[in-house]
Design a protein around this ligand. Sequence first.
Ligand SMILES: NC(=O)c1ccc[n+]([C@@H]2O[C@H](COP(=O)([O-])OP(=O)(O)OC[C@H]3O[C@@H](n4cnc5c(N)ncnc54)[C@H](OP(=O)(O)O)[C@@H]3O)[C@@H](O)[C@H]2O)c1
Length: 295
Amino acid sequence: MRILLTGGTGLIGRSLCRALLAQSHQLTVLSRHPETVTSRCGATVAAMASLDEWQPEHAFDAVINLAGEPIADAAWSDKRKQALWDSRVTLTRQLVQKIAAAHVQPGVLLSGSAIGYYGNRQALALDEAADGGSGYSAELCAAWEHAALEASALGVRVCLLRTGLVLSDGGGLLAKMRLPFGIGVRFGRGEQWMSWIHIDDHVQIMLRLLDDAQAHGAYNLTAPEPVSQAEFVRILSELSGGRVVFTAPAGVLRLALGERASLLLEGQRVLPGRIKASGYAFRYSQVMDALRALL
Ligand SMILES: NC(=O)c1ccc[n+]([C@@H]2O[C@H](COP(=O)([O-])OP(=O)(O)OC[C@H]3O[C@@H](n4cnc5c(N)ncnc54)[C@H](OP(=O)(O)O)[C@@H]3O)[C@@H](O)[C@H]2O)c1
């Protein structure tokens, strides 16, 4: 297949590119740094610097939309929120406009979203039938999904990737949470749920959604066994050779991080109902096994 990816240079995108190249697909990656695409995504991958380069006669069989300014890396100022919005919602709208203008539409659009869609729901088990939540992350995800779903009206099969916390040895959450000497940090009471997924499962599920002509709508990309933050940090600390877990009080985190503290102090217990029902067998269901494989 000829596949256009946004966010192909990112943590998930790079792993996905490797898997797609192994299946002999032809890849084009949209990037603000097109000169880095071959080194980050693969020697045969074409770079696109701007969506303006996508001419209507240029056909793609599939589009995979993973771009997004990192949500946890800087304070949520108005300017930052605009960047988070533009790199997801505005970019997705532009992508759908390009799909509409193409002489031949792609058959499928896999488009990013996150479990933040569900908001802060304590211990309630959430499959794809659950309602969206409230709060900044939930509103951002809902608008991002809405923008992608506009492609359905063009006859494109749209799958929404409600992605959990991706565990990878290439960066992301693990790089941030892994401290020297196996020191662990519990955020507040640590009761908030962490719905995680190993990067290998995330990539395999995306490949499956790409190929399965029946797949459409929202999919929770999370492992079947989410854990509390306290349990996650206990296991991470133990596997890293340490046994000391400190507590970062919720009040201190709120003071230091403002609204962004919600990413640490709130959570949701998300279950991969639809992908499990499709018969997908997770390689990593237990966080202990996933972390052991990565550390
Ligand atoms: N990793 C997770 O745990 C996780 C969890 C839930 C949801 N997600 C979502 O899944 C998607 C991929 O995640 P990831 O971890 O692979 O992200 P990542 O490593 O931060 O990569 C995101 C990619 O988006 C592009 N990008 C960043 N800022 C942009 C901007 N302002 N305008 C246009 N493009 C921009 C970058 O490409 P260039 O620099 O090449 O332009 C980058 O390679 C993201 O949208 C993320 O929100 C990830």
